[in-house]
Design a protein around this ligand. Structure first.
Ligand code: NI
Length: 224
């Protein structure tokens, strides 16, 4: 699990916030799986409108281009994203995300889930994303424009909102590196590479060898 701060620039966040006011909202149960439907109570933006598609593409492109998202998740495919609104009394009870989403060309295996917070935390009460890991429950409530990526293998819920409104942008990632342990090794190597690039000159044997190791592990492990 990783938190990435300030994924959205102030300009992109302002544009998304403005767009939220013009969205058409529908019942969130429409996109929930059979077990999640019973515990899901929120609204989702209709992203099939021109304004909806524009903000969806803006946010998804920004997430896709982020270098830490790339290094941590190694995305192969993204599921169609959602923008959800959780108002007073709404909640999304404990559930597991669908393991496979979409059909045909858009079919993906969900390895990782992400939530990009769009509302400043001081504008609503409750609404924490709570993820049950093996050791503890992680409670996540981030500044607007920040993102959490977590394994889709974990049970999670959204705590009831008791004041204000919580807006988030969510989607799922099929990683090119299916195994979480292998993904973690590649993330360590990416971080090490960035750290060593501050000490060793570009093209040095040390950096070249590390790049070779990274490339060959990806070659060994990647689905494509
Ligand atoms: Ni979920």
């Amino acid at each position: 699990m990783i938190v990435i701060e300030n994924v959205l620039s102030p300009e992109v966040l302002a544009e998304a916030t403005k767009a939220l006011a013009e969205m058409r909202w529908e019942d969130g149960r429409k996109t929930a799986g059979a077990t999640a439907r019973r515990v899901k109570q929120n609204q989702q933006a209709d992203l099939s409108t021109r304004a909806g598609a524009k903000v969806r593409d803006l946010l998804l492109d920004t997430v896709k281009r982020h270098p830490v998202v790339e290094a941590f998740a190694r995305p192969l495919k993204f599921a169609p994203p959602l923008i959800s609104r959780t108002g007073v009394g709404d909640t999304y009870g404990l559930h597991i995300d669908n393991p496979v989403m979409g059909k045909g060309e858009t079919r993906i295996r969900t390895d990782l889930s992400f939530t990009l917070f769009l509302s400043p935390p001081e504008t609503y009460e409750g609404g924490e994303l709570e993820i049950e890991t093996v050791f503890r429950t992680e409670s996540v409530k981030l500044p607007a424009g920040s993102l959490v990526i977590y394994p889709s293998t974990e049970l999670h819920r959204v705590a009831p909102v008791t004041a204000g409104e919580r807006y988030v942008f969510v989607s799922w990632i099929q990683s090119a590196i299916r195994d979480a342990g292998q993904r973690a090794i590649l993330f360590d190597i990416a971080n090490l590479k960035a750290a060593l690039a501050r000490t060793f000159p570009q093209g040095s044997p040390e950096l070249l060898n590390l790049a070779k190791t990274e490339a060959n592990l990806i070659r060994m492990w990647a689905d494509a």
